[in-house]
Structures are given as C-alpha cells and as structure tokens.
Design a binder for this molecule. Sequence first.
Ligand code: G3I
Length: 460
Amino acid sequence: MIRNSTGGARDPRTRFRTRFALVVGAVGILATVGAVVLPSTASAASTLGASAAERGGRYFGTAVAASRLGDSAYTTILNREFNQVTPENEMKIDATEPQQGQFSYGNADRIVQHARSRGMQVRGHTLAWHSQQPGWMQNMSGSALRSAMLNHVTQVATHFRGQVAWWDVVNEAFADGSSGARRDSNLQRTGNDWIEAAFRAADAADPNAQLCYNDYNIDNWSDAKTQAVYRMVQDFRSRGVPIDCVGLQSHFTGGSNYPSNYRTTLSSFAALGVDVHITELDIRNAPSDAYRNVTNDCLAVSRCRGITVWGIRDSDSWRSGESPLLFNGSGQKKAAYDAVLTALNNGNPPGGNPTTPPGGNPTTPPPGGGGCTTSVTAGTVWGDRYNTSVTVSGASSWTVVVAVTSPQSISTTWSGSASLSSNNTVLTMRSNGSGNTFGFTTMMNGNSSARPQVRSCTAG
Ligand code: G3I
C-alpha cells in the first residue's frame, strides 16, 4: 500500500491518476487548438492494450509462460497487443523457492525483463497459496510453516520491489460451495490470521506495490464464496490491513459461466475502497457476447483497472481443449477478439457521458446489519445526471444512508424525509409513510462512472 508522509493510506490509484492526467492534458490541448475536428473513428485504437490505456489508463494483459518467449509467433502477438503480463507459473512458490532458503528467479526475471523493457506492467502471481507449494513446504505445519511463508513473502516481494505493480499476495484461500468458509490447507491451519499476516509482510517488503487478494468463483454476487471474500475485504479495510485490490480470476471454463450480476460484484468490491482486477479471464469456446459483457462490465466500474486473459492462443491455454482465448492456435484473431476491441474502443472513459443506463452498477451491501436491507435500481441516465431508486425490505420504518462520490452530488430526492450533508454527497433518508421505495437524482459534475453506495439500512 502506498502511504503518505504522515503514514496514512494514500489512494492506491495515484499511478493511474498520473497517467490519466496526461491523457486529459492531451485532450485539453486538442480542445484548445479548437479547429481540430476528429472523425468518430480517429481515436479507435487497433490493439487491446492501447485501447484499454485510453479507457482511463486501464491495461489489457495476458498470462505469459517463460518457456514460450522463444516462440516468435507468440511474442509477436504479446508485444503487439498487451500492455500487462502475469507470469503463469514462474513466480509461484515452487518456482521461486524450490529448496527452503534457496531462491530461484531466472524464469520470472526473464518475463519481467521482457515486459518492462516494452513498457508492460507486471502482476506478481502469487506469494502465498495452498497449491504449487514445493515439497519442503507441503510437509510443514504450525509456526515453522508460518515463519517460512512470511519469509517467502518477504524475500520474493523484496526481490521484485519496484518491478511489480500488483501482487496477488494470497491466492484461492476460500472454499467452494455454500459454506462461505476458508479453504482447509496447511496455511489455514497455522491460524485464521495467516492472510493478513501475509499482506502485512508484503506491504513491509514492497510498500509501493498494490496488494491484491485473488480467487476464482467469486464472480457471482449471490455466491456464498463471493460474499465471504467480500466480508474479509470489508473487515481488512475496517481494521487497516493493507489490502488495495481484489482479483477476480474469472475462469469461465470447466462449467463455470459468466453471471449476469458480474458488474454488481465488481462495483460492490470497489465500493469497499479497493480496486478490482479481472486477472485470469478465459471463457469456454470464447463466445463473443460473454467476452463483450466482461469488457463492458469492467469499463462501467471506474475501479476496474484492467483485464488479463489467461494465455494468448488457445494452444497456450491450461484448458486448450475448450478453446477459451482470443487467438486461435495459429495466432489468428478470433471473433471474441473483435468483440473485446470494439467494446474497449466504444467504452466511455471517466468523464465521458454515458448514453445508456449502467444497469446493475449501484451497489448494495450484503444482507444483514441494521435490521433492514436495500435493493438499488439504476434509473434514467441523462448527459449530466442520473436517477436511482432504493427499495427497503424488512422494516416499514427505516433510515437509509446513501453516499455518492464527489464531485457527484445529490440534487433532488423523493418519497422520503431527506437530509443531505453540506456538500450534498451523503443522503440520510427516513421513511415518511409514502412506501418503501425512495429515489434521488445525482448530478455527475464530470464523473459519469461512479454510482451510489448504500452505507447502512437501520430499522425503526
Ligand atoms: O513444466 C513442467 C514440465 O517440465 C513437465 O514435464 C510437465 C509434466 O507434468 O509439467 C510441467 O509443469 C506444469 C506447469 O503447469 C507448466 O506447464 C504442471 O505440471 C502443471 O500443474 C502446471 O499447471 C498450472 C496450474 O496453474 C497449476 O496449478 C497451469 O499452467 C496454470 O495455468 C495454472 O494457473 C492457475 C493460476 O495460477 C491460479 N488460478 C487458476 C489457474 C488455472 O489452474
């Protein structure tokens, strides 16, 4: 986590803000020249990475295998299309510490060097995981394992300090299914606090890297696993555990499908004050509509910083039999590639004016808390403002607190007794006998992508 001089947490998106400022600055210069009229296609980027960069400084990346860096067909696509890479296996524990205390960085360093020399950002994957542990670690337990894990985190994060923009500090620590429990593993058995211990060690070793929790099957907002990870991130944020981001692997392969509430999941995590990343995307048979939906969902959530596909060609995929990627085995662009690039090129960068309602983007906290729950519905969107309605369940007398993101401000409310904070960003709405649905209008004031967050619902 990046910290300011007083030790407080600084907004982890500072690096993107800088880059975005350059883009805005360039636009400003064009506007000043005035006589320049761009045809609508003039800004259509021709590669995934370039187009993503134009969408608020996002990235479009891929997993990379060191063993393929000698394949010129592979590197031609890599170097042309992508501006972010994640080593597929080369930074994992078995690769970087094959014998306890003996570190091996050759293949990972090759990927990092390849990427950074071409201006691509690197995601480190992964520091602490129950899988792909070297034999010596698999056989450890208790305090010895805890110490070994923390030493591994410290050594590896220190080695790559300044080279890795984001770390998947902990990978796949929650169980599948309906339990919402942690996954059983030798690491989990060292104590429930092993995840936050890993984050603190990574933060100490590389204070400038963005620290992420990464998992699969946390795409559907209704799933118990998604809710469990959400509660952990919420808890970490409330207690100051240094977490900056959540990675949704989004393997829509092996029977897992793109869920229609994916955007709600992204925006709900983002509402906790963390960035979200789509870290290992692949989709069985690469349907264009699902790839397009994922891309549009990321673009609709300003804290969604980018998308990484889990391999370049179908033949490079860990699930090559499902042909889930954007390029076929011959390196040719598939229909899904065109769908993604078009979606990126059509996307609205922050500050733009959406012309279609962002359906599903408003966020609702998980059920429970103050004796009532809320359901948020996106209403009409105009060029400068948009409507939102909130329906309360579980109580007939209630108080709901909703916040919008400055510079947005609430201008009008209805069907409740309202009081607004001095800058009109926080609405406290009380039931007034007119029913359980109230609404309000938000002025965008230059921020067209943020959407309201319900902070609390209190019965009585
Ligand atoms: O490199 C050896 C090779 O020398 C040996 O001959 C061969 C025979 O088994 O194995 C090769 O290693 C394989 C390695 O991939 C490189 O191809 C491993 O067996 C194989 O287990 C490993 O699979 C990787 C898998 O993680 C392991 O869990 C996949 O490549 C990799 O795509 C996959 O990535 C994971 C993410 O890290 C986390 N999320 C899920 C994702 C998919 O499982």
